[in-house]
Design a protein around this ligand. Structure first.
Ligand SMILES: Nc1ncnc2c1ncn2[C@@H]1O[C@H](COP(=O)(O)OP(=O)(O)OP(=O)(O)O)[C@@H](O)[C@H]1O
Ligand SMILES: [Mg+2]
Length: 247
């Protein structure tokens, strides 16, 4: 679905150029989701901006379904690090924001957004405002806003940070089953080794000065469920990731 070749990213400030990362290559398909993990400042969010078409590469190319990615595509949905809900809009209005911008009628918005809110089990919170929601509920609204657009690739930036361990695992299970049902490609950024191992079939471990691409063989997405966290393979994979992060 997405093919990244020799990708470099940089920011230009006061006529100087700051390289964030260089020479990154990988592929993502709906059956091979990717986790991106690495220390703060290594360029994880920058990579998602590039994959969403919101930022241009310094070098290299990104192919989406075989075509060069030039600017934003509606099939690619990005959920940003701090979920950015509009405080003066309700859950329903926040979740349907993308559809409203695209000119959907109120009826169409309801028909599209209700099933997504139900899937994420927040359909009883329709008329609440963000300040009346827990962190986990806010994160689900941000994810609902992205899913309502029926994307084929979902980019999540630390979607479940600052949640308690069980809510976090519950949302990880939910995302995994949604991606599987909808055959949705997933690239997700995290600081958590367990989360990277659970959600990603492959992991891009970014470090200062380089990156490693790891993959776990033996458990396809199809078989993976909550019980995978108890599996030896899962623990081996966590240890492998830990080792690469320390390099
Ligand atoms: N708009 C910008 N202009 C200049 N430099 C930037 C800009 N945005 C990010 N940077 C720099 O680029 C580097 C990578 O930033 P990025 O946000 O991608 O890191 P990250 O890996 O997502 O970090 P974190 O884990 O803290 O979210 C950092 O050094 C950051 O200061
Ligand atoms: Mg970031």
């Amino acid at each position: 679905m997405i093919e990244v070749k020799d990708l470099s990213a940089a920011y230009h400030e006061n006529r100087s150029k700051k390289i964030v990362f260089e020479g990154v290559s990988f592929e993502v398909s709906s059956s091979v989701p990717l986790s991106v993990i690495g220390p703060s400042g290594c360029g994880k969010t920058t990579l998602l901006y590039l994959l969403s078409g919101l930022k241009k590469p310094e070098k290299g190319e990104i192919l989406f379904r075989g075509e060069q990615l030039n600017g934003h595509r509606r099939e690619i949905a990005l959920v940003l690090q701090h979920y950015r809900l509009l405080p003066w809009k309700t859950v329903f209005q926040n979740a349907s924001l993308g559809l409203r911008i695209r000119g959907f009628s109120k009826k169409e918005m309801k028909e599209t957004v209700f099933p997504v809110l139900k899937e994420l089990t927040i359909d009883h919170l329709l008329d609440r405002f963000p300040n009346q929601l827990s962190g986990g509920e806010k994160q689900r609204v941000a994810i609902a806003r992205a899913l309502a657009l029926k994307p084929s690739l979902l980019l999540l930036d630390e979607p479940f940070s600052s949640l308690d361990a069980l809510t976090r695992e519950h949302l990880q299970n939910l995302i995994l089953s949604i991606c599987r049902q909808r055959e949705l490609g997933l690239v997700h950024v995290t600081h958590s080794i367990e989360e990277a191992a659970f959600l990603g079939e492959k992991a891009l471990v970014m470090n200062e000065g380089g990156y490693n691409l790891l993959s776990i063989d033996g458990t396809g997405m199809a078989e993976r469920g909550p019980e995978y966290r108890q599996n030896d393979l899962f623990h081996q994979y966590c240890n492998l990731l830990r080792g690469y992060l320390k390099r």
